[in-house]
Ligand binder design. Structure first.
Ligand code: PHE
Length: 484
């Protein structure tokens, strides 16, 4: 077997993994869900979710990858060998396949909007309705849609084709600094606009009345998506690390960068939106409808509009690369394919599978099931089912099946000084990984598939029986313990 490729440096790994995490989730989705859920108060809840659920699972995933030096299927196989767990790894590969197929469709819009910005198309837009009509006209055109979807896809495949060090790492080293610089420029522009204080106040002055159970669950679900968790993307990237690397340290950097970029995008977008008197709660159309009008009317809007869509496309590209890499790593590790073969064949298959999603906004718009288009359905299955299920089982696996103590021994490689004389750190991590993360993720799952409300009702109806069952279980379990 050929020697496994490794990252050129730890910095390269952190950039590539941050590239995976930072994507449409940060720049497109985070601002609009924050906008819809009241701004500052929502952001506060989101930060807590990132810290207590996100970070432990980021560490767990990278650790599984580094320990086994394998893709998600191989990682579960090496650590347990049990069919059930191998299937969980397989779900990750399937999730990578599915997410990439619709993610690239939205990324295709962004790629197309770079050209719109270049053509100066935003200058004629004066209301959000006009911008919306323009958006519908574009995505309603199958040629436009498939065209930019294809262009985006070719770039994604090209980077993965070139390999871990020469493709993914090099690409991230060029693209991530560009992303950062553009975002700083956009932020400065936003803050310098007259009336931007209102936007800043919206982001930093919490209105607690806006926080509901629903918004907490949205924050929790999003912290998962934005950190690329639950499908083995970070596990796969972690598998190209060597034992000397410090995982907790890298994980904190990745989580920090992901959060920083989301907040910066929030500042850049809301200062401009408020300064130009637009609606902050524009929903999914916030970027394509609200922001384009903002660019159309601000001084220098031509160049800032262009920069913005370059930013969005680059962010999406580094995430798409990580999705394809999960699928490719599986075929290389487990099936003995060459990287080039795997990229060409499976890249093309994902591409074909994504075409109905790309056509869901035009030719296939009427092909619906329960009012959902093909795009909506695959998005739902991947984001609301596969990711939470994957995240739940990954944390359960590391904490309970592989076993926290064994995992900790592995984690300490390269991170000796972090854990030295800090038992509280170990205990905290243990409590989060064993109990808090799985429980929280399970609740998100119930909510996102629409079962939470009825589960609560059931509990209300049958709470006496449920409490009895739990008491009996605890008694039986503790008796067994004592016998041992
Ligand atoms: N984290 C990426 C984003 O925020 C999306 C993603 C999810 C990428 C899962 C890889 C795996 O856009």
């Amino acid at each position: 077997m050929a020697k496994r490729e490794h990252w050129g440096s730890k910095f390269g790994f952190v950039l590539a993994a941050s590239g995976s995490a930072i994507g449409l989730g940060n720049i497109w989705k985070f601002p609009y869900i924050a906008g819809q859920n009241g701004g500052a108060a929502f952001i506060f809840v989101y930060l807590i979710c990132i810290a207590i659920v996100g970070l432990p699972v980021v560490i767990a995933e990278i650790l599984m990858g580094r320990t086994t030096q394998r893709n998600p299927v191989g990682a579960f196989r090496k650590l347990s060998g049990n069919k059930f767990w191998i299937t969980i790894g397989g779900l990750g590969v399937v999730a990578g396949f599915i997410i990439l197929s619709f993610y690239a469709v939205v990324a295709g819009w962004s790629t197309g909007y770079m050209i719109e910005a270049l053509r100066g198309a935003f200058s004629s837009l004066t209301t959000a309705e006009q911008a919306n009509t323009h958006f519908n006209l574009l995505v309603g055109d199958p040629t436009w849609m498939i065209g930019f979807y294809t262009i985006f896809f070719v770039f994604t495949m090209a980077f993965v084709f070139l390999g871990v060090k020469d493709g993914i790492e090099k690409g991230s080293k060029i693209m991530m600094p560009i992303l950062f610089i553009i975002l700083i420029i956009l932020m400065i522009k936003g803050i310098s606009l007259k009336g931007s204080e209102e936007g800043l106040a919206f982001l930093w002055k919490p209105d607690w009345s806006k926080i509901t159970g629903q918004s907490v669950l949205i924050a929790l679900g999003h912290s998962f998506f934005t950190l690329s968790l639950g499908m083995g993307a970070l596990m796969t990237y972690g598998s190209y690390l060597d034992k000397k690397s410090n995982i907790p340290n890298a994980a904190v950097q990745i989580v920090f960068l992901d959060t920083l970029i989301a907040l910066m995008a929030g500042v850049a977008i809301f200062t401009a939106v408020f300064a130009m008197g637009q609606d902050p709660a524009g929903g999914p159309g916030l970027i394509f409808n609200t922001l384009t009008v903002v660019f159309g009317s601000m001084t220098g809007g031509y160049i800032f509009g262009l920069l913005f869509f370059v930013l969005l496309t680059v962010a999406a590209l580094t995430s798409a690369i990580s999705l394809l890499e999960v699928v490719v790593a599986y075929f290389v590790d487990e099936r003995g394919w060459s990287r080039h073969q795997a990229v060409l064949i499976f890249g093309s298959l994902v591409f074909l599978f994504g075409i109905p999603s790309a056509l869901s906004f035009n030719l296939l718009a009427d092909l619906t099931y329960n009012g959902k288009t093909f795009f909506d359905i695959v998005d739902f299955i991947a984001s609301n089912v596969l990711l939470p299920v994957g995240g739940f089982f990954i944390s359960i696996f590391v904490a309970w099946i592989w076993g926290f103590d064994k995992a900790l021994i592995e984690l300490k490689h390269g991170a000796e000084n972090i854990f030295k004389n800090r038992t509280w750190l170990v205990t905290t991590f243990k409590v989060f990984l064993k109990y808090i993360s799985p429980v929280m993720i399970f609740i998100v799952f119930l909510h996102s598939v629409g079962l939470l409300e009825s589960a609560i009702e059931q509990v209300q109806n049958y709470w006496i029986i449920i409490v009895l069952v739990i008491v009996i279980l605890v008694i039986i379990l503790s008796r067994n313990r004592m016998k041992k």
